[in-house]
Design a protein around this ligand. Sequence first.
Ligand code: ASP
Length: 437
Amino acid sequence: MKKLALHWQIMIGMIAGVLFGILVSYVGWQGFVADWIKPFGTIFISLLKLIAIPLILASLIKGISDLQDISKFKNMGLRTVILYVISTVVAISIGLAVVNIIQPGEYVSAETVAELTESFSAEGEKRVTAASNQKSKGPLQFVVDMVPQNIFGAASHNGNMLQVIFFAIFFGISMLLVKDEQVKPIKDFFDSVNDIILKMVDLIMLSAPYAVFALLASLIAETTNPDLFLALGWYAASVVIGLVLMMAVYIAAVYFITGKKPAFFLKGISPAQLLAFSTSSSAATLPVTMERVEEHLGVHKEVTSFVLPVGATINMDGTSLYQAVAAVFICQALDFDLTFQDQLTIVLTATLASIGSAAVPGAGMIMLVIVLESLGLPAESLAIGLALIFAVDRPLDMCRTTVNVTGDASVAMIVGNSLGKLGEPHVKNWDDNKEHL
Ligand code: ASP
C-alpha cells in the first residue's frame, strides 16, 4: 500500500490533536495532557532547534564557498534583501487595506474593552516592558549585535542566529579567497556535516505527525475563555484574510516568475508550513524549511543556505501584516484617530518591527509596541492595547508564522530562479535508509 504523504500525516495529527484537546477541555484532563502529552511536543521542538545552528553553519559555509566568486554572493545578497523589503511592504499594505475596509475596531464594545483590559492588562504590561528593554539601545545596535565576539558564545544561543550567519558568511567568503586545494578538506567536511544534518531532519520528521498532535492537544487544552475569541472575531478575521491574500501573492509570484505550478510549490513546502503553524516559530521550523526548499522544490544549496536562515531571522511578512492590522484595530477600538500619514508611519515601523521580531512564539506582539508608540498612542494605553488582542494572539501567531515561512521559501525560489539555481527536486529516497533503521 502506498504510504500517505507526509503533509497528510501531519494534517491528520493536527486534526486529531485539536479534537483531543477539545475533549480534554470538556472532561478536565488538563493535568494528564500537561504531564504525559505536552512533553513530546516540547521534545520535538527542542530537536529541531538543536540542529538549527549546526545546519546554518555547515550549509552556509559550504554554500558560499561553492559560489566561486564574491560578486555572485553580492548579487544574491542584494536580490534577497530587495525582495525581502518589497514583500514586507506588500504584506503591510495588504494588512492596512483589509483593516481599513473591515474596520474591526468598530465591532468591539466599550464593555468588551473593559473586560479585556481587566483580564489581560498584566500580560500587556509585560510585553511593553520587554519592548522597552529592546529599544533602549541606539539605532545601530542592530548592526553591532550582528557581529559576535566569540563564535562559540554566539553558537551557544539560538537567539544569536544572525551572529552565526555573519560568521559563516565571513568564513565562506574567506574560503573563496584561498586556493581551491587548500580549502577542499574543509569544504568536504562541511558538505558531509550538511548531509548528515539533513538526514537528522528526515529522522525528526518521522515523529512530526505525533508531535503536532501533542502540540495542538496541549495548546487547546490550555486555552481558557473561548468566548473572548468571538468578541475579537472581526479582528481575527481581518488578520486571517490579510494572511490568505498574502499567501495568494506568493503563489502567484512563484508561478509567474519561476513557472512552478501552485500545486508543486504547496506540496513541496506544506510540511514546513504545517510545522510553522503547529510550533509558531520560524526558527524551529528552519531546518525543515531548508530541507523542503532544497530537496523538494529544487533550489540549490548556495541559495537556500543564505536566503532561508536570513529570512527566518529578518523577513517576517506575516508578522508585519499582523502588526499593521493590530495597530489600526487597537487605535480604532480605543477611539484614537489615525491620519493617512500615520498609516504611512505604520508601513515604515512595521517593516522595522518585523525585522526586529525574534523567530519565536509571541515575538511579533512585543515589537508591536514600537509600532503603537510611533503612532503617538499614550504610554498608559499601550498595555491596554495589547490586552485587547492578547486572547487571540496565539492562533494568529500560528497563522502568521506559516506565512513567514512561506515568504522565505518563495523568495528562495525567485532568487534561485533569477540566478539559474533552481533545478529539479532531488528527494532522497527513504527506502534507501530503511534497512539501516
Ligand atoms: N512567531 C513568529 C515567527 O516565529 C513571530 C511572531 O510574529 O510572533 O515567525
